[in-house]
Design a protein around this ligand. Structure first.
Ligand SMILES: C[S@@+](CC[C@H](N)C(=O)[O-])C[C@H]1O[C@@H](n2cnc3c(N)ncnc32)[C@H](O)[C@@H]1O
Length: 200
């Protein structure tokens, strides 16, 4: 589901960039080992996270996709040509990734899954394109933050099939991920470094 005007304000501002810098720094400290390789960012928005991922992890190639083609247009405007080198931006759906099985060493997703009505299928799709032993870097939010008595009137999210901490962890496990590191505020959301178990 695409963002409405209110969430566009929430994600397209300098404080979100500062937050992503801290989060990606935490992920880098908490990943077993990852240097170079082929990376994917789902729901990349205007590309601020992709630029930080590239700087911190130096992937050989970073594919950065979003459901909303206007976000991809924003990313092409927001990042300077040098920042865009080795990043390929395109429009696609996390439910149907245009990549073969086991194509990526790492997948990143910042605040995307809770926008996907069938988020369990998106997790399966992420597991499909990750190599065994590949890393899934995840930032997610729970409904008490984005669907409380105030935010439900301002933000736009799918209403059904929402996940809280136990639902997300159970689905990650059944999609073949094990938790390597996790930082969680139980009713707010989590940051996690996950490893795709061997053999899909
Ligand atoms: C909350 S924004 C986060 C943007 C960026 N990752 C950030 O952290 O600033 C969620 C993004 O996911 C995208 N999105 C929603 N559903 C998607 C889907 N099914 N496939 C790919 N992207 C999706 C939205 O268009 C939006 O850009």
């Amino acid at each position: 589901m695409k963002l409405n005007w209110a969430e566009l304000l929430v994600v397209n501002n300098p404080s979100r960039v500062a937050q992503q810098r801290l989060e990606i720094g935490w992920m880098q400290k908490n990943v077993p080992s990852l240097k170079g390789g082929t990376f994917l960012e789902i729901g990349c928005g205007r590309g601020a996270g992709a630029a930080i991922i590239k700087k911190r992890f130096s992937p050989d190639v970073l594919c950065a996709m979003d459901l909303d083609h206007l976000m991809i247009k924003r990313a092409l405007r927001y990042l300077k040509p040098a920042q865009r080198e080795r990043i390929s931006f395109y429009t696609a759906d996390a439910l149907n990734l245009p990549h073969p099985e086991e194509a990526f060493d790492a997948v990143f997703g910042f605040g995307v899954l809770h926008h996907v009505p069938d988020w369990q299928s998106a997790l399966e799709e992420i597991a499909r394109v990750l190599k065994p032993g590949g890393i899934y870097f995840l930032e997610e939010l729970y409904p008490s933050l984005y669907q409380n008595f105030i935010t439900r009137h301002i933000l736009l999210h799918p209403e059904q099939n929402r996940f809280r901490s136990p639902d997300l962890k159970a689905a990650l496990n059944s999609s073949g991920f094990s938790v390597h590191s996790c930082l969680e505020l139980r009713f707010v959301g989590l940051l996690a470094v996950l490893i795709r178990k061997g053999g899909y």
